[in-house]
Design a protein around this ligand. Structure first.
Ligand code: P53
Length: 475
């Protein structure tokens, strides 16, 4: 058998993309709530266009999302029906601390997640909790500029302490920040950073990143104090970068691109700023505000495991002319002529998953956890409302095969696999409902119309067999 006996099969979601009920139960406004669908999403998400409040000219798909807030019982029962061993979800920070700087948490928010975890545990599903999946309470963005301020560390750590204590007997697996490297690519959506005219953006991003990294290490410290059994991980938007040609300059460029992302995990897993980053920051004149104790905190509280999302590999060239042709996605890439792409242009590369797993395992030598993988596609239900998503099954099958090879043939230690958007939800990148990842279809369209009715797709029964056979039956 390739996978360990206790392999954590399951699926993943994020609060802001599925819960809805954005002002219920005392929840406060967060950056993710002011992210509109449509043309302005990219400018708002990248911190170029300031939109701190919602207006009538835009549609905000996260406000209702798939309303899991009111449907969690039904939804978790559906996940349990596939035999899920694990469900990755995130806690919405502003449900627990609506403004972010209160002394006391919001009991209604805490109760909601108690109910959610109890529901999971009832079915023997292990919750895997992302503490911060992109969200930052809006009040902290407006008052202190989000992670650019060192005060964020205290607010975040306080939040962590509260949830660690409250859920210490219900949750064992935690992730401090979702796709921590997203701060470089989509800084407002990823970390609540909005830029002022004339500001040195690199400086702001790396200072904010430092605060997140210290906060992550402190969270790991107090988490282990509260419950030594806790497993606390980091989370990378992964996918190795290939060189466009075998020209050494292209190979070098691809290495630089990967390091841009590894930087975060190098700190979280090895406990110190890597030499290449220190040199680069120095060259760019970026000063990181290290305070007394930071070095020790980073060094002494590294993560227990490495989690990551993988959708695609990336491709780059040292030739600026060639690189001009990259797409406008959060992660830029050239078109790889050997790969097919999804309807959203995400290139499909199962072997790239094996490559990425090996690269991460070689580099960090800690257990890995694949916490996102999947195909965003247009699903068209037939006359009976049934979705025959063979394309999704194919995508997942090939990726599971590659993952199996990494475990069986390369000896990578893998804890689990949770597919992204196991139930259809709002796309983070585009704000669409139409970009679906789920085994469970949710009747809702891009404009917000639909009954929200849930139904099983063909992939639902397929994945159930995969889990039942611990990854042996993939046909
Ligand atoms: P969507 C871009 C590139 C890689 C991962 O993305 C990304 C993004 C953001 O668009 O985010 C992760 O929904 C993220 C999830 C997100 C998922 O990938 O744009 O952790 O929140 O939904 C898929 O198709």
């Amino acid at each position: 058998m390739a996978f360990r006996e206790d392999f954590l099969w399951g699926g993943a979601t994020a609060a802001n993309q599925c819960e809805g009920a954005y002002l219920e139960g005392g929840r406060g406004l967060a950056n993710v709530d002011v992210m509109p669908a449509g043309v302005d999403r990219f400018s708002v998400g990248s911190g170029e266009m300031k939109m701190f409040r919602c207006d009538d000219d835009h549609f905000y798909p996260g406000h209702e999302a798939i309303d899991m807030y009111h449907n969690y019982k039904e939804d978790i029962a559906l996940l349990a029906g596939m035999g899920f061993k694990c469900y990755r979800l995130s806690i919405a920070w502003s449900r627990i601390f609506p403004k972010g700087d209160e002394l006391e948490p919001n009991e209604a928010g805490l109760q909601f997640y108690d109910n959610l975890f109890d529901e999971c545990l009832k079915y023997g599903i292990e919750p895997l909790v992302t503490i911060c999946h992109f969200d930052v309470p809006m009040h902290l963005i407006e008052t202190i500029g989000s992670w650019r301020s060192r005060q964020m560390i205290d607010h975040y750590v306080h939040y962590c302490e509260v949830i660690f204590k409250r859920y210490k007997n219900k949750v064992k697996y935690w992730l401090t920040f979702n796709e921590i490297n997203m701060i470089l690519h989509f800084p407002f959506m990823g970390a609540g950073l909005c830029f002022e005219e004339g500001e040195n953006k690199q400086q702001v991003k790396y200072v904010a990143a430092h605060h997140e990294l210290v906060a992550s290490a402190l969270a790991t410290k107090i988490g282990h104090e509260i419950n030594p059994e806790f497993k606390i991980g980091c989370m990378l938007a992964a996918g190795n970068t290939y060189a466009n040609t075998c020209h050494p300059a292209d190979v070098w460029k691809s290495m630089e691109k990967d390091r841009e992302n590894y930087f975060f995990i190098d700190v979280q897993s090895r406990g110190e700023y890597p030499a290449y980053a220190l040199k680069q920051l120095e060259r760019e004149g970026i000063e990181i505000p290290f305070e007394e104790g930071d070095v020790e905190i980073l060094k002494n509280h590294t993560v227990d495991f490495i989690s990551f999302s993988y959708y695609s590999s990336r491709l780059t060239s040292a030739d600026p002319e060639v690189n001009k042709t990259t797409d406008g996605n959060a992660f830029e890439t050239l078109k790889n002529p050997y790969l097919e792409a999804s309807e959203w242009g995400w290139q499909i590369d199962p072997l790239g998953l094996r490559i990425t797993m090996n690269a991460l395992y070689d580099r960090y030598q800690k257990p890995l956890f694949i916490v996102e993988n999947g195909l965003g596609a247009v699903d068209v239900p037939d006359a009976n409302g049934y979705v025959k998503d063979d394309y999704r099954i194919d995508y997942l099958r090939e990726h599971i095969k590659a993952m199996k090879e990494a475990v069986e043939l390369d000896g990578v230690d893998l804890i689990g696999y949770t597919t992204w958007g196991c139930i259809d939800l709002v796309s983070a990148g585009t704000g669409e409902m139409k970009k679906r990842y789920g085994f469970i279809y949710v009747d809702k369209d891009n404009d917000g119309n639909g009954t929200l009715k849930r139904s099983k797709k063909k992939s639902y029964d397929w994945y159930k067999k995969v889990i039942e056979s611990n990854g042996e039956q993939l046909a």
